[in-house]
Design a protein around this ligand. Structure first.
Ligand SMILES: Cc1cc2nc3c(=O)[nH]c(=O)nc-3n(C[C@H](O)[C@H](O)[C@H](O)COP(=O)(O)O)c2cc1C
Length: 231
């Protein structure tokens, strides 16, 4: 269990590229640097889902999940009593640290590149594993333990998906992540989604006329990230 001292930032990156080539990694880095510069007692936990991938689920995970779900709101501390074999034990060992990290965070910062109109598989693997039944429900009230958690999602995409653009409805990142964190119980006012668009303008000839729009999008994303990191 991570000790919560002052403010805790859980910083998760999911781009397959390194910080030299990744817009989302540079933006989350800007957030983390700004956030740390505020001083005070702060813990910064960085999880790189590409360098350290979250393993895919196995039947033991889903079997344990169903058993836990049948019991109602079982807090993570009571899950070990429901484990029946070594495979389930292993799944729980892979899962509990991720749950603890998420519960310990005051702010969750996610770097999310757009891959095929949605989130990368590396992030989806984290989502599927960390969303264990009952882990975020107060066992007494059923209320979400993530209600006050601030979630800052920093997205980067090669194309443009803004309102009124031809591919507006191809953006499955924004609605998906809104639905996911909303369903987890994160309060709408604590969920912030920022997108740097048209990151491939310098690469793709068909986007070459949009360099100014891309630069403006990146500048806006940097400003939004800096402002959110300062509070
Ligand atoms: C596997 C892969 C799939 C991609 N799919 C899309 C896509 O569907 N739409 C898009 O606009 N850009 C797409 N791109 C471009 C990335 O969204 C763009 O390069 C973005 O900057 C990636 O974030 P990053 O710079 O943080 O790595 C894709 C890139 C890769 C590597």
């Amino acid at each position: 269990m991570i000790e919560v001292t002052g403010m805790t930032l859980l910083h998760i990156d999911s781009s397959a590229d390194t910080v030299d080539d990744s817009v989302s990694r540079r933006l989350t880095d800007l957030f983390a640097t700004t956030w740390r510069a505020r001083g005070g007692r702060a813990a910064h936990r960085h999880r790189d889902l590409c360098a350290d991938p979250v393993p895919a689920l196995t039947p033991a995970y889903t079997t344990l999940g169903r058993r836990v779900e049948r019991e109602g709101f079982v807090p993570p501390a009571k899950v070990p009593a429901l484990i029946e074999n070594a495979a389930e034990e292993r799944e729980w060992e892979l899962t509990l640290p991720l749950i603890d990290e998420l519960l310990a965070a005051d702010t969750v910062l996610l770097g999310v590149p757009m891959y095929n109109f949605s989130v990368p598989a590396s992030l989806k693997a984290w989502i599927d594993r960390v969303t264990f039944p009952g882990a975020y429900a107060d066992p007494d009230t059923g209320e979400s333990l993530l209600r006050d958690t601030r979630v800052v999602v920093v997205m980067a995409r090669g194309g443009g998906y803004g309102p009124g653009t031809p591919r507006e409805h191809f953006d499955f990142q924004t609605p998906y992540l809104r639905a996911y964190f909303g369903n987890l119980g994160v309060a709408p006012e604590n969920l912030h989604l920022i997108a740097a668009e048209l990151t491939l303008t310098g690469l793709l000839p068909q986007l070459s006329g949009l360099a100014d729009v891309a630069a403006d999008s990146l500048a806006r994303a940097r400003a939004a990230v800096t402002a959110l990191a300062a509070v």
